[in-house]
Design a protein around this ligand. Structure first.
Ligand SMILES: NC(=O)c1ccc[n+]([C@@H]2O[C@H](COP(=O)([O-])OP(=O)(O)OC[C@H]3O[C@@H](n4cnc5c(N)ncnc54)[C@H](O)[C@@H]3O)[C@@H](O)[C@H]2O)c1
Length: 227
């Protein structure tokens, strides 16, 4: 299928386009050009056109893209037109904060529950989300058809937790622990999130600019634009 060949940076930019298009729609803007969309995201209009051309003939040359139509198409491509059940593992500092964030639900990711091995936590709720034990997790994953998990457990537990989740049928893992998980790609996809990497990136750039007497530059999207 064509979608298997879509590069990751393109998919990440589609997510950004969808947000911009939502904002445009809220402001009642019916048409947007690739230049305007590129400017809003901070990338070249050529990249926008190339990204969108991978999925069909959106837009009219010299006119632009119909905001609602493009937003609907991107929503379908990204699966944003339906809700995805998600389970969090680890009801500690990070897991609790993530569970409390309403933005996930707004974007169609429903936090069904938080799994924690601490018996003192199981049976409690965090912002209305139940904290459950592993037996409860097994049942919930099967009953709700959960395919995505967020791991917010200590580094020494994360590899075995990931394996346990995969054994229960989880296909996609968002890993917050500072460990690069070893998971067969055929079993599950893994995305690692480590904020210190971004701090290092900023520190490196500031360091370099200081040495070269340059002013700090900032563009969180530069990486996406050049990859
Ligand atoms: N990616 C980032 O930028 C970032 C930022 C902060 C923390 N972290 C990482 O997130 C993880 C969690 O950090 P925290 O501060 O919330 O830790 P924490 O100690 O507050 O919480 C960890 C929770 O995991 C639970 N747990 C441990 N083993 C478990 C298992 N086998 N099954 C189920 N639950 C289990 C514990 O009972 C605890 O409630 C750590 O790996 C930390 O390094 C990453």
């Amino acid at each position: 299928m064509k979608f298997f060949k879509v590069p990751e940076p393109t998919i990440m930019r589609l997510s950004l386009y969808s947000r911009i298009l939502e904002q445009m729609e809220e402001r009642g803007i019916p048409i947007i050009s690739s230049v305007e969309l590129g400017d809003a995201v901070g990338i070249n209009s050529g990249v926008v056109r190339k990204d969108l051309s991978m999925f069909g003939e959106f837009g009219v040359r010299g006119v632009g893209y119909n905001v609602r139509e493009l937003r609907d198409n991107i929503r379908k491509l990204l699966g944003q037109d339906r809700n995805w059940p998600v389970i969090i593992v680890g009801a500690g500092h990070l897991g609790s904060s993530l569970a409390a964030y309403p933005g996930f639900t707004q974007r169609g990711f429903n936090i069904e529950a938080i799994v924690d091995s601490d018996p003192a936590l199981a049976g409690t709720t965090i912002q209305g989300h139940p904290v459950i034990d592993w037996a409860g997790a097994e049942q919930l994953i099967k009953e709700q058809g959960v395919r995505m998990a967020i791991l917010a457990v200590p580094p020494d537990a994360v590899q075995s937790v990931a394996q346990r989740m995969i054994d229960l049928g989880i296909e996609a893992i968002l890993n917050f622990s500072p460990i690069i998980l070893k998971v067969p790609a055929a079993k599950a996809q893994v995305q690692n999130v480590d904020l210190t990497v971004f701090f290092d990136l900023m520190r490196f750039t500031s360091n370099l600019n200081e040495q070269e007497g340059l002013r700090p530059q900032s563009s969180s999207l530069r990486g996406l634009a050049v990859r």
